[in-house]
Design a protein around this ligand. Sequence first.
Ligand code: HOZ
Length: 437
Amino acid sequence: MNQNPKKTSLLRSRKLYERACRALPGGVNSPVRAFAAVGGQPIFVESGQGSIVFDIDGNRYLDYLGSWGPLILGHAHRRVVEAVRQAATRGLSFGTCHATEVELAEAIVRNMPHLQQVRLVNSGTEAAMAAIRLARAATGRSRIVKFKGCYHGHADSFLVEAGSGALTFGAPSSPGVATAVAADTLLAEYNDLASAEACFRTDGQAVACVIVEPVAGNMGVVPPAPGFLAGLRALCDRHGALLVFDEVITGFRVAQGGAAELFGVRPDLTVLGKIIGGGLPVGAFGGSRELMRELAPLGPVYQAGTLSGNPLACAAGLATLRELEKAPPYPRLAELSKRLAEGLRAALVAAGLPGCCNRTGSMLTLFFNPRQVRSLREARNADCEQFAAFHRAMLKSGYYLPPAQFESWFVSTAHTQKDIERTVDMAADILRNLNLG
Ligand code: HOZ
């Protein structure tokens, strides 16, 4: 059954990790990568091809991390690599205008009819930070409503009851965030409209925007309850606040037009990242022409960046979006992911283990949780020790899952039916042994 029988050792990764720990805090450049939530130590990747990554010890893994979401076409997609190679031969950075940034912006707005203009930046964090600055300026209000367990990058305003690594490491509200800044972030419960309404009750006139991951992906995958997103839209309209969708994960992932298209709800501002950079660092935020004209140089809201619209990143993003436009993969991705989720659920039942598997499109999370997970509270009930044991066993058998319970797995166009079936078989074996052990 072991799909990775030639596994040798992790000696080289171990040595490199020791070196990394001397030069980098925790040996990593982003906390969840340190594997602290699953035990053991991180593997160091040498290369990736399609649905597979290889580590520096020569071990091979079927990858469900997908660089945390951008790699919807799999690793080192031929056309994306070629676009980057060609762009690189023309120059690595110009710090001024060029055609590819225009083409990428056009491709984004073409696929997301609720956006008329976008501003390209370098990461989702940057995009979210600038989007709320714009929302505050446009409304003349200072407060934002965010949902506990949603993650919008690591800017100060968002590190209040945040998800992803902040949740995993038990520091959802980070030290170093000034109390005055945190005070402007009002907190609501995801999938609980009444709690969002409550934020408006006391000081509704001060709320500039509600920001939400339309499908929560940083407390594990938690799809929106029926009516939740439409309810937020109506709530914002009633109070003159803007609705901001953080589609860093869902944009071009759950549909070409993102969650806004999938759920038929139009936000005022949209935050993007991941897929629109095709694996290179990009972010973007966008909305109506009327809102976007508030940005410098047209308007007074300042936002800038030397590397914004970097030609390599734009080339990778554009090549990716072109592939998605040429042959929209969403039905097939959903089919593969559905089979994976169903297989995992059946494997849990067969092993006699409590758990559930949440999925929207090609993003999914297996929760070691006795009941359905529809909220952060329910996600938090998951047995993280059990997830850690499952993760370690899967890794050892050649399956690379996100190294924390509160993250999304991603299926790419490079995954095959066979990949999915062997994942389900391996998970079933491992879950059965978990229960015995
Ligand atoms: N914020 C990412 C997970 N949702 C983790 C990024 C990383 O470690 O690369």
